[in-house]
Write a protein that binds this ligand. Structure first.
Ligand code: ZN
Length: 182
């Protein structure tokens, strides 16, 4: 991502809207937007499989849950933010990962142009591929600015998505246990 190029695109955009890019409040806006995009779209620069340190589970074989992971992402249809929380559960089979890595995983996939369904599935699939656990469950709840700000009906509507693999998919009791715990 070339910051200078982003800056000049934002400048054109400001002009196109009929604004004066030289007025005080807008002078540094292209620079600020380029800088914030570096963060908002920083997920492209990271490979989740390299980041996640895997440990031996030492025979721990019960469900592990990470609750209330905040995320901020950008809707790929409107380039507007969507944000909310992620819940991740998995049942290990020999391998576990450091708990702090779960929010990192969410961060890597949310800092991209996304849709909520894909974000949910990518988190579940990556954990599944990496740990080969007995099952993974991911639930994402989010509000989309493209719904709220554009005045689409159902103003306060929250979108909920989920992805399940292994026991979470096959076994209704496992899935209910997870859903009850979160
Ligand atoms: Zn949208």
């Amino acid at each position: 991502m070339d910051s200078k190029r982003i800056e000049s695109l934002v400048l054109s955009f400001i002009r196109e809207l009929g604004e004066d890019p030289k007025r005080e409040g807008l002078m540094k806006t292209p620079e600020r937007v380029a800088k914030s995009y570096k963060k908002l779209f920083g997920g492209y620069r990271e490979d989740p499989t390299k980041l996640l340190t895997v440990f031996n589970s030492e025979a721990y074989d019960e469900m592990i849950i990470a609750r209330d992971i905040d995320f901020y992402s950008t809707c790929e249809h409107h380039l507007l933010p969507f944000f909310g929380k992620v819940w991740i559960g998995y049942i290990p089979d020999q391998k576990i990962i450091g708990l702090s890595k779960l929010p990192r995983l969410v961060e890597i996939f949310s800092r991209r142009m996304q849709n909520q369904e894909r974000l949910t599935k990518q988190i579940a699939d990556t954990l599944n591929d990496l740990l080969k656990p007995r099952g993974v469950g991911v639930v994402v709840r989010a509000k989309h600015l493209c719904m709220l700000a554009r005045g689409v009906e159902k103003q306060n509507c929250e979108i909920s998505t989920s992805a399940f693999t292994g026991l979470f998919k096959k076994n209704i009791e496992t899935r209910s246990e997870f859903l009850n715990l979160i």
